[in-house]
Write a protein that binds this ligand. Sequence first.
Ligand SMILES: [Zn+2]
Length: 143
Amino acid sequence: MTCPLCAEDGGALVWRGERLRVIRAQEAGFPAFYRVVWNAHVAEFSDLAAADRAHCMEAVTLVEQALRQHLSPTKVNIAALGNMVPHLHWHVIARFDWDSHFPAPVWATAQRPSPAAQEAAVRALLPALEAQLQSQLAQWAAR
Ligand SMILES: [Zn+2]
């Protein structure tokens, strides 16, 4: 069986480095749902060497900071599950008190309809967020 994260980016590619990439997932109801995907196929975080773990979490941190700066979310959720696709990836998700699942996890049952206007307002901020994030990740990777 082919691993989907080995075969494809796994979403809209924001940035790709030598060791990892950042993608925006297409998850209905969650416009600012990003993933940091390790490029090589490893299943568990502890499969990475210490330097690679630090590298991975610094990328997660940069994504989280971009979400906070541009979107002022109620909360940022970070998670690594991999039950469906056992290829290391971190979810970095901007959560809002108006979103369809808040305060439950995005994988729980929806509690209310997703408000289209608020979602659209977040979506409108993503080009600037992603442009700045691309630039920051490129500068970070070049250090
Ligand atoms: Zn894989």
